[in-house]
Design a protein. Structure first.
Lengths: 123, 225
């Protein structure tokens, strides 16, 4: 299963990708912001993990655009972000995010959220 | 300038100062003009002085308001920035200690693995268990590096506050004496793009914040994937 990992921090991308490998997902593609993520997204991507705060196009903006595309309407989107006030979480939901992880996170939390969304990703 | 009270007081002060400046310019308009003004207006001197006094009082009053408004908003912002920078220091130190602790544990595991290898009857089950623990420790070290992303957001926020303060101070300095304006473009001090950081980013209470997110996603139906 291919994951698209979107974060402007190279450190965070590496941490997320290593976490994914550790729980058994080795096929990944990465992007540094929402714009690059849209360019790299195609129907082979089955799961998206995105940060919120990024240059050019934020994670919520990216998710909205993704949801407007036929090939991105149903792909699970997991947001991993430092933003954690209620209004932000609701905004992410409105944008079309399926679940939410607050930074700093543990691999266990990442696994739980991915496991919960896997049926949708496999569909 | 975000505080509307500060902004109003600031612009009123600026307007009053410009008015006074304009009148002073008129007074400076040549000796003939001054002489005529003095001759013509000598009888009106008390009235002129009273008017000037009133304008000066108005300017002082606006300046006081401006100072108070700027002081309160500036203090609050700088205090927040100070707290953020302190948090960066402690987050960096906590991460460094966590990583060093994990290094110590990893070294002990490697020593124990060496002992197993050197044994005439190596305990392979124990060796396998230790290697798994060693992987966990290495992974924990990597996770601890998440502080870098959060502290960089905190520093970006602190930087943006400092740039805003510098801009405000430059505006005030220019208001009193435009010759103080420098050619150094403030744009070179441009703060980080607001899209790239969260002013509230913190490394603290991650579990509580995750619980809040989970509660919201549970109570409000999340969009179907």
């Amino acid at each position: 299963m291919k994951f698209l990992v979107v974060d402007d921090s190279a450190t965070m991308r590496r941490i997320v990708i290593n976490s994914l490998q550790r729980i058994g997902f080795s096929e990944t593609v990465e992007a540094g912001d929402g714009q690059e993520a849209l360019e790299k997204f195609d129907s082979s991507v089955k799961f998206v993990i995105t940060d919120w705060n990024m240059p050019n196009m934020t994670g919520t903006e990216f998710t909205k655009v993704l949801r407007s595309r036929d090939d991105g309407r149903h792909v699970p989107v997991l947001m991993v972000t430092a933003r954690s006030v209620k209004e932000d979480i609701l905004t992410a939901m409105e944008a079309g995010v399926n679940n939410y992880i607050v930074k700093p996170f543990t691999p266990q939390v990442l696994k739980e959220k991915i496991d919960a969304l896997l049926p949708a990703a496999a569909a | 300038m975000n505080d509307p009270r500060a902004q109003t007081a600031y612009y009123e002060s600026e307007a009053a100062l410009r008015l006074v400046d304009k009148e002073l310019d008129q007074l400076r308009d040549g000796a003939e003009m001054v002489s005529r003004f003095v001759t013509v207006s000598l009888a009106d001197l008390p009235l002129i002085l009273e008017r000037a006094n009133g304008q000066i009082r108005a300017v002082l009053s606006h300046l006081r308001e401006t100072r108070q408004a700027l002081q309160s908003t500036t203090f609050e912002k700088l205090q927040t920035t100070h707290d953020k920078i302190k948090e960066v220091t402690s987050a960096t130190e906590d991460a460094a200690i966590n990583i060093m602790d994990a290094c110590d544990r990893a070294n002990q595991i490697v020593d124990e693995l060496d002992g197993i290898d050197a044994s005439d009857t190596p305990d392979r089950a124990r060796g396998s268990e230790l290697r798994s623990t060693l992987r966990d420790e290495l992974f924990m070290m990597m996770g601890a590096l998440q502080f870098q992303d959060i502290t960089s957001q905190q520093l970006a926020h602190a930087s943006s506050v400092l740039v805003e303060m510098e801009t405000r101070l430059a505006d005030i300095a220019n208001l009193f004496d435009s010759s103080l304006a420098t050619d150094r473009p403030l744009a070179t001090l441009a703060a980080a793009d607001e899209k790239t950081y969260d002013p509230n980013a913190t490394i603290r209470n991650a579990e509580e914040r995750q619980n809040l997110a989970d509660a919201i996603f549970t109570s409000v139906k999340a969009p179907a994937a």
